[in-house]
Write a protein that binds this ligand. Structure first.
Ligand SMILES: Cc1ncc(COP(=O)(O)O)c(C=O)c1O
Length: 443
């Protein structure tokens, strides 16, 4: 008899158990959004779990541009870019982004996830190698799994380990080094200059994912690559519209030749419908506003500095973050869930991240801050965090009292050979099939 594919679905109970215990933090329904505040179950919450860094998702000019695009072109493009799905707004946005990033050309994808997957799969071949930071985003890791190239993980942000990995590869092989510009869990930034040096020494191409750095870091928010003045040194820049630009979608920027190739070879672009008119119209306006109103980025950094300082003063550990992404160390997985539930009850919206997204026993509440947060919002958030930490004994958790002790349980200090098992994405299988959450709620 053939294996029952749905057995695992019948047996899956982690989310039900978590709901029964009263701290299931996912799929919370937002009934109304004002950006810095949202309404859930009829009650207003301060949103500190969003990537809407510049508050542009709700800007009336962006909303009006999205409506105007819908009136002109309809609700959707009902086809692939390659065939019937290209409208003038797609071309306009590609040109605007190429100009902004000072690149020859840009190609849009329907999500940032597809941009990474599509580019990695199309650009590499079976004898090539992708050298991937172990803390890169899941879309990159999925992209590496789909790509024909062999995967070589390297220790997070370590140019030295990268160099050692590169040194051992055949000189004639194609090599691509890929990293997040700002890492989505830790909030730290890529140590780009030594990475560039290592890549250049061994003839490797460089690919930087600017998802969390566009609109946040660098002159006018141009990203990490520009922050380091390295635009001529990085071959491929990827970005998303799902964060600072307040919408959805992604892109790859680079040479005209590469973009022309991707336009005809990236399956994630060819075999999916193009971005809806409302999205492209809105993103074009958001980009225009972002460039015209740099004070938004200044305010974002003011808020970021206040929160880094504020959390540290209370006693929280916030890791190595240098950006508006602020991971608050809680420790035990169960406490992180309880913490996030108490935040919600007190009027703050933020979600936990547990193993395998972070090290086991070092669960966090992941917070991220926006230019649209007011002084009052931020003060309230700090007060509420302090109150809950006291109530739940956060600073008594082994993550605080015995730092480092539990790190070797499931950390990513894996053997030299690496491979997929050395990456978060693959250990993420545990989360996808439920054992991550199960471990939490049943402990
Ligand atoms: C670093 C990074 N890259 C890519 C993506 C995927 O972007 P999108 O949401 O546009 O699919 C994300 C999303 O969270 C991300 O954090």
């Amino acid at each position: 008899m053939s294996r029952d594919l749905f057995q695992k679905c019948r047996e899956y109970s982690d989310s039900t158990v978590a709901r029964a215990q009263g701290f299931y933090p996912y799929f919370r329904c937002i009934e109304q959004s004002y950006g810095n505040h949202v309404v859930c179950e009829g009650k207003e919450k301060i949103m500190i779990g969003s990537n809407n860094y510049l508050g542009l998702a709700q800007d009336p000019r962006v909303v009006e541009a999205a409506c105007e695009a819908t009136r002109k072109f309809g609700a959707g493009c009902t086809g692939s870019r390659l065939l019937n799905g290209t409208i003038s707004l797609h071309n306009d946005l590609e040109e605007a982004l190429a100009d902004f990033l000072q690149r020859e050309a840009v190609i849009l994808f329907s999500t940032g996830f597809f941009a990474n997957q599509g580019a990695l799969a199309a650009l590499t071949e079976g004898d090539d190698f992708i050298l991937c930071d172990k803390e890169n985003h899941a879309s990159i890791i999925e992209g590496c799994q789909v790509a024909p190239a062999k995967l070589i993980p390297y220790r997070h942000n370590s140019a030295e380990v990268l160099r050692n990995r590169l040194k051992r590869l055949p000189a004639e092989a194609g090599k691509l080094v890929i990293m997040d510009g700002v890492f989505s869990m830790s909030g730290d930034i890529a140590d780009l200059p030594p990475m560039i040096k290592a890549a250049r020494e061994f003839g490797a191409a460089l690919y930087v994912d600017e998802a969390h750095s566009l609109g946040v870091v660098g002159p006018e928010g141009r990203g990490i690559v520009h922050h380091f003045g390295a635009n001529d040194e990085v071959d491929i820049v990827m970005g998303t519209f799902s964060k600072s630009l307040g919408s959805m979608g992604g892109f790859i920027a680079g040479s005209a030749e590469m973009v022309e190739f991707l336009k005809h070879k990236a399956r994630c672009m060819i075999f999916t419908a193009s971005l809806a008119p409302a999205v492209v119209g809105g993103v074009l306006k958001a980009l225009e506003i972002m460039r015209a109103e740099p004070e938004r980025i200044d305010q974002l950094w003011k808020n970021t500095r206040k929160m880094h300082e504020g959390f540290k003063q209370i006693g929280f550990k916030i890791g190595t973050t240098q950006t508006p992404i602020v991971p608050i160390l809680i420790g035990s997985e169960a406490k992180a869930f309880a913490f996030s539930q108490r935040l919600y009850d007190e009027g703050v919206f933020a979600t936990p991240a547990i193993y395998p997204a972070v090290r086991y026993g070092e669960a966090i509440v992941r917070t991220s801050f926006m230019s649209s947060h007011t002084e009052d919002d931020l003060d309230k958030v700090l007060q509420i965090f302090a109150k809950i930490a006291k109530e739940l004994g956060t600073f008594d958790d082994p993550a605080y009292t015995e730092p480092g002790r539990r790190k070797n349980v499931f950390d990513f200090n894996l053997p030299e050979s690496g491979g997929f098992e050395a990456l978060r994405g693959d250990t993420g299988v545990a989360a996808r099939n439920g054992s991550g959450l199960h471990a939490t709620v049943s402990r």
